[in-house]
Design a protein around this ligand. Structure first.
Ligand SMILES: *Cc1c(COP(=O)(O)O)cnc(C)c1O
Length: 373
């Protein structure tokens, strides 16, 4: 692959700074490698950038979801409404707490959860509605918030892929009772390691998450366990690295958006030839992954590969069709839009260090495939 889907040089430009940080943290007199003052500064920077009451760094995006659900006392007997199309933690986080993930179908074009489907699934057992932003499109948060408020249930916004995006002036992560970010390398604010964050306007919820991430301790008295907690702490080297990279995040997001808009412009004419681009818009977008819907998806994938262009299938099956989560489904349940997306979706490269010429080459190849065959 001359244009791999997962580039191997994500952090090359930051190598000198990263090595320097390893030295600084490693030789610092306090010898703090987790949850030190660097993590606190990183949390404050993210908190202030989105206007949250609290931001709590933790071990991963998955862990962030778990910590919030646990802080909301989600457990056996509770239902959590999640998208039928997405990644494992959406269903696994509630299931591992003993709750039942309930799968809502998606919008066939944007692939985010359909608010009407969510509304139909609310029962007296529903405790949390947990939408996720997908690929480049944010979920319909105004409508989901209206449903959650109207039904008296909590709203947890999985913003793992949308950090830096805004919808109607509100940052991704700030629409519900809490939001989560992930810093795993492929995400828009990814890093060479594992980490996540919870953001919330609810200081009480933030304090509960803070306690749960470090064995139920309150940060003052050591070895006093107020609650049964987790080990989900944050790395000091990564905190300083992320602080260093935060000011340039908007530039990388703008570059992603420009590539996405170029693709969407080029692909507008392909809708009649079986290749559908995401709906054009500016608001409520964050270009983490650029996913096409393609009738002959596997053929397009091979066509691109033959020309040295990598692509990726997120996700090959709806969550309720996975062996792990099928036990949570009920006879007669159906997710036709999620099934269709799983058959048709194909993501093409959109990372910010692609050159204009490379972006053009990728777009040319997709257009030629759609028109030739
Ligand atoms: C990546 C991702 C997660 C999990 O984040 P990790 O840091 O990998 O645990 C959760 N939800 C969504 C929608 C994601 O894309």
């Amino acid at each position: 692959m001359t244009l791999p889907f997962f580039p191997t040089d994500l952090f090359d430009d930051d190598r000198a700074e990263l090595l320097d940080i390893v030295h600084r943290v490693g030789l610092a007199p306090d010898q703090k490698f987790i949850l030190g003052e660097r993590t606190a500064r990183f949390e404050a920077a993210i908190r202030d950038s989105v206007g949250a009451a609290d931001a709590v760094a933790c071990g991963s995006g998955t862990s962030a979801l778990t910590l919030v659900l646990r802080a909301m006392d989600v457990g056996p007997g509770d239902e959590v409404i999640v998208p039928a199309f997405g990644c494992a933690p959406l269903a696994a986080a509630p299931a591992l707490l003993g709750a039942t993930p309930v799968f809502a179908d998606i919008d066939p074009w944007t692939m985010v959860v359909d608010p009407a489907a969510v509304a139909r699934l609310v029962t007296p057992r529903t405790k949390v509605i947990m939408p996720a932003h997908m690929f480049s499109v944010m979920a319909d948060m105004p409508e989901l918030r209206r449903i959650a408020t109207g039904m008296g249930v909590r709203l947890l916004e999985d913003s793992a892929v949308a950090q830096g995006g805004t919808l109607a002036g509100t940052p991704a992560g700030m629409w519900g009772d809490a939001g989560v970010y992930s810093f795993v390398q492929v995400k828009t604010f990814g890093m060479p390691g594992e980490g996540g964050m919870v953001v919330t306007r609810d200081a009480g919820l933030g304090a509960a998450v803070r306690m749960l991430r470090n064995h139920g301790q309150d940060g003052k008295s050591r070895f006093v366990y107020h609650r049964i907690g987790y080990n989900s702490r944050f790395d000091e080297i990564m905190a300083e690295f992320q602080l260093y990279r935060l000011p340039t995040l908007p530039r990388r997001l703008r570059r992603r958006a420009r590539i996405g808009e170029y693709y969407t412009g080029r692909f507008a004419e392909l809708a009649g030839c079986g290749v559908l681009a995401p709906p054009p818009a500016r608001d409520g977008r964050c270009y983490y992954v650029y996913s096409l819907l393609c009738e002959r998806r596997d053929e397009l994938r091979e066509y691109l590969a033959a020309r040295g262009i990598g692509s990726h299938v997120y996700y090959p099956a709806p969550l309720p069709r996975q062996p792990a989560f099928a036990p949570y489904t009920r006879p007669g349940d159906a997710w036709p839009a999620a099934e269709l997306a799983a058959r048709r979706t194909l993501a093409i490269p959109i990372y910010p260090h692609l050159t204009d010429a490379q972006v053009e080459r990728i777009a040319d190849a997709v257009c030629r495939f759609a028109k030739e065959s």
